[in-house]
Design a protein around this ligand. Structure first.
Ligand code: ZN
Length: 283
């Protein structure tokens, strides 16, 4: 959902084009202070989501958050902002908060990862609101960023244990940029087998379905309209022929959000997922 236009207008627009789940930023994604909405407004938003049949609401954390940051001030601000975002998401009845694993900033992969894991341990133990899962999103793997490979995400999940309120949000464009082939049935099969071995399919709680305009393995992130990028129609058809759970939220983060393109991408998503599965069942 785009930022501009306001919450209510965008929720109605999304419902009009047939969305059943929705992802939002609760404020400016590149600012340190999320707004603390007043309880009345929060109640109105909850009511509107219910009326429009939108569930689950997925909340994306601001991009600034880096729990692997070396700089003390940056790190503490990140923790505070994560906590505020999670509390705001909880107030809105959202079960999922998406977080990027962050970046070690040049001081070494292991040190950055250890700090990320120990921070999550503390956060998830310390009055974590009930009913909310933190979803780690795989990244394009650029520079010093963590969480580009399935094995690295799997290791984080393992370190925090099976009972942690922690899952994965799989972004198809980021996986492609990190080197996973999702453009052919064989590539999808291989990539999902690796995902299953390292992360476990039961830990995938949301999908970011994005096509991509960059070469595979380039670590560059540029989303494209569904079926018009390098993953393409064949790739998405193969990806969605996997028996994903029926209630898995699939989110579009395609270009020109808020324009007529949203309806086109929704139609493509339906074609590549549910509809093609139905058709293959019949034939
Ligand atoms: Zn994403």
């Amino acid at each position: 959902m785009p930022q501009k236009g306001g919450f209510a207008r965008n929720v109605k627009r999304a419902a009009d084009i047939g969305c059943r789940s929705l992802q939002v930023f609760l404020g400016n994604p590149t600012a340190w202070n999320p707004p603390r909405p007043d309880p009345k407004e929060t109640e109105n938003r909850r009511q509107l989501l219910k009326e429009q049949g939108i569930s689950p609401l997925v909340v994306h954390t601001p991009y600034l958050i880096n729990l692997a940051a070396a700089k003390e001030e940056f790190y503490h601000k990140s923790r505070k902002l994560l906590r505020q975002t999670v509390m705001n998401a909880h107030d809105l009845g959202s079960p999922f908060v998406v977080l990027h694993v962050g970046s070690h900033g040049g001081r070494g992969y292991k040190e950055g990862l250890n700090q990320f894991i120990s921070t999550l341990e503390e956060e998830l133990m310390d009055n974590w609101p009930p009913g909310i899962e933190l979803l780690l999103e795989n990244t394009a793997g650029a520079g010093t960023s963590l969480g580009g490979t399935f094995i690295s995400l799997g290791n984080i999940l393992k370190a925090l244990g099976d009972g942690a309120p922690l899952g994965i949000c799989l972004d198809t464009a980021h996986a492609w940029a990190a080197g996973y082939d999702l453009s052919t049935p064989e590539g999808v099969e291989k990539s999902l087998a690796e995902l299953s071995e390292t992360v476990g399919m039961d830990r995938i709680k949301a999908i970011h379905a994005n096509d991509t305009g960059t070469p595979r393995g380039s670590n560059r992130d540029r989303h494209a309209h569904l079926g018009e990028g390098n993953i393409g129609e064949e790739g998405f058809m193969a990806f969605f022929s996997y028996p994903w759970p029926e209630d898995l939220p699939v989110i579009l983060e395609t270009p020109e959000m808020g324009s007529h393109w949203d309806a086109i991408n929704m139609a493509s998503l339906r074609l590549f997922s549910g509809a093609c599965r139905e058709a293959s069942k019949e034939s």
